[in-house]
Design a protein around this ligand. Sequence first.
Ligand code: SF4
Length: 140
Amino acid sequence: MAAGGVGAAWYSEGLAFSCLGCGDCCRGPGGYVWVSEEEAGKIASALDLRPEVFAAKMLRMTISGLALVDDGKGDCPLLDSDSRCRVYPVRPFQCRTWPWWGENLASRRRWDEAAARCPGMNRGPIRPERAIEAVMAGEL
Ligand code: SF4
């Protein structure tokens, strides 16, 4: 979409993001981390667990699909004691694509609401609109 043209995305000039690794997005109640079967296999392997052991310990089946359990406080069970992801190289698609989610990109207001919870948003290098939309289209 042409920058500034009729119908241009509000983020046509691009958006800044640089993860600080604070882990805030991985903590707290109220969310789901969706995991595909393929992702579950990769995560189990990264943890050196048999897939069925990983599933029993860390997965739950919901009406919408497989998701990670939480640790009882709502935190991701894959965080280590320093709030770092233990499976970062094989983290789920949902985690890899933050903050380039449709709900965050729906409007500037929604983006800024998300940014209030994620200190990495609105800082760092600008990602161009085309690259943002590529992530949204599943092209990582
Ligand atoms: S809250 Fe934002 S800055 Fe912190 S770890 Fe998550 S993505 Fe990175």
